[in-house]
Design a protein around this ligand. Sequence first.
Ligand SMILES: Cc1ncc(COP(=O)(O)O)c(C=O)c1O
Length: 350
Amino acid sequence: MSIFKSHIRQMGAYKPPLEGRNPHHHLLLDFNERTLPVSKVIEDALVDYIRDGSLQTYPFYGDITAQLADYCGAKDEQVMITNGSDQGIDLIIRASCREGDEVIIPGPCFPMYNQCAMIENLSIIEPAYTRENGFPTEDVLAAINDKTRLIVIANPNNPSGTEVPREDILKIAAAAPDCTILVDECYFEYTKATVCDALDQYPNLTITRTFSKTWGLPSIRFGYVLSAAENIQALLNIRGPYDVNQLALVAARAALSHPEYTHEYVKEVMSVSKPIMEQWLDKHQITYWPSAANYLWLFPQNPELMFNELMAAHILVRPKDDSDGNKGLRITLGTQEQTERLIQVLERCL
Ligand SMILES: Cc1ncc(COP(=O)(O)O)c(C=O)c1O
């Protein structure tokens, strides 16, 4: 019997299906990652740092927040770096909520919000996204009450790819001035949609972002939070002084110094691969959710067969059921060549 809190003992761990994934053997379309390796500039920066003989020193972050602020169009004091955006989500929930508070987390969604809310023993209200109407703005507004402390808005959402209109985010922020609004902009570089420019006007807005997706650096765990300076000060009281490791910083700096490799990849995925895939799905009348991101959530008649055929062809995708129990697949889109390879296998399943 564990000595820990009973609600923690009763929870399950968040265990993404990582077993056996190998970028040298598989085309990885299962975690919404970048499907190409990062640029040589980043590799060289990491190797140079390791060879420089400084690994024995604690991390020192220097002016990275100023660089990120410049990239985002925010003020330096509105930025805090984190160990992936998962840490940002965790810190914002911990800083905002007390045991028993209510949080509104529309679903289906990325599991970390619920996981962090359960750790704090919060009461989770879960309005539903729909394929037809997208983000449940009216249901979220109707659910706000005296006990609500935090509202999650993933823009775009995972697994559905749903984009949330800017005016809806700001309407919710205005309707709940005493609640933290956690806007997850994990896929920002794909959508270019942000409420970063509204931070001065809405002190309850917090934004999480990451270098795990378009920048191609999930292995090094680097993210950041954008919010009003007072909120960043409070979050820094919780985040440890060395939670972000120095290699992550070296890689992120190198990435920011030449963002073209990200922009070119985004362009190919969004302007070439995604339209090809959508056209193929439309042609075969396969249902999918409208997506603003680099992935599509589809509901073919034979998802298991497709999953198995893809697996046999060394292509990994993610099975994801909707809330009615319909079996779907969430498929990340990569380059044109990778998308054509994907479609070739899917053709065989029709
Ligand atoms: C919507 C969303 N938010 C956050 C994350 C976590 O990102 P990170 O690797 O920065 O922790 C993911 C990862 O898949 C995601 O899909």
